[in-house]
Design a protein around this ligand. Structure first.
Ligand code: SF4
Length: 306
């Protein structure tokens, strides 16, 4: 009988065994990262936002450096946005909007929560840029009070072990069902780690001794399909890439004129990337609060916000 069969008939599922097998596997096999050794919500918050688009193994140096510059939520709340954006871009940490939200969340925590991170998932989600995944991650890793953290890796594990699922809400129901009470810290870490190092796109069920392979639907059928991803858009040449490049070049100057940005951006790009793209991109960056458009001696200039 597979885990999936047992979920259809929960009386057959030995949940305690399932949970123990996974957390024991985690204790023996997990990778050591500094944010896994702390319960400090601010440090965990920074690692979660950084890791949303960057592999964990690549953010250790950036996380250390960020915390040495802005060691507390108060210091980040008092920072200059342009400094945070410059840091984000120079460390290639993905969407610049996340850097702005990070600082805005710090300001809100200082102003509305006396500098203390809220402990509940609902309150965490009132902070700028924090959605259900990040709220559950912070609540779990800092306070042990979160719900399931359904990132891409976890969805892949659940889909293979228990699925396939007809819809996202069936998977969420299952994720809640199998989660041990009051133990979200180790549970979410364990599931995320299983997805990251064993139940990878090409799974290493035997090589990495997956603790669930004796009952996994995918292992028993040898059908290792993965859920359809909603994040499959191409980055190279995308608006996101060009927006990132604009922030990157602005971070090296006090300001630039439109024609300077234009020639810097498009001179070495294929013809489909041309000046026509610049106005809408600048306008979207301005409405996201990531740049300022000003006039200087009757010439339009662009700079990072101060
Ligand atoms: S047995 Fe293989 S497919 Fe199943 S959960 Fe483990 S690693 Fe994933």
């Amino acid at each position: 009988m597979t885990i999936g069969d047992s979920i259809q008939n929960p009386t057959n599922l030995n949940l305690a065994r399932l949970q123990d097998d996974l957390t024991e596997w985690y204790r023996i096999n997990h990778r050591h990262f500094p944010w896994r050794e702390t319960k400090d919500a601010y440090s965990i918050f920074i690692s979660e936002v950084m890791s949303q688009q960057t592999q964990l193994s690549r953010i250790t140096a950036a996380w250390d450096e960020f915390l040495s510059i802005w060691p507390s939520v108060e210091s980040l709340a008092n920072s200059n946005l342009s400094d945070v954006l410059t840091f984000w871009t120079s460390h290639r940490l993905g969407y610049n909007r996340r850097a702005r939200f990070l600082r805005e969340a710090a300001i809100k925590i200082v102003q509305q929560f006396d500098g203390e991170f809220p402990r509940s998932v609902d309150l965490l989600q009132t902070l700028p840029g924090i959605g259900p995944y990040t709220a559950n991650a912070i609540a779990s890793f800092a306070f042990n009070t979160g719900g399931p953290t359904l990132d891409t890796n976890v969805k892949r594990v659940l889909h293979r072990a228990f699925g396939p699922f007809d819809n996202a809400s069936d998977m969420e129901q299952l994720a809640n069902h199998i989660m041990p009470q009051n133990n979200s810290r180790i549970w979410n870490n364990s599931l995320m780690e299983l997805g990251a190092i064993t139940c990878k796109t090409i799974p290493l069920c035997d090589l990495n001794s997956c603790p669930w392979k004796g009952n996994c639907n995918a292992y028993s059928s040898q059908n290792f399909s993965i859920p359809v991803s909603s994040n499959s858009s191409t980055f190279k040449g995308s608006d996101r890439q060009i927006r990132g490049e604009i922030i990157n070049i602005l971070s090296k100057r006090d300001f630039m004129t439109l024609s300077e940005i234009d020639s810097h951006l498009f001179s070495s790009m294929p013809p489909q990337y041309n000046s026509n793209l610049l106005p809408p991109l600048l306008s979207s960056l301005e409405s996201d609060g990531l740049i300022q458009l000003d006039m200087l001696d009757q010439i339009s200039i662009v700079r990072l916000p101060r």
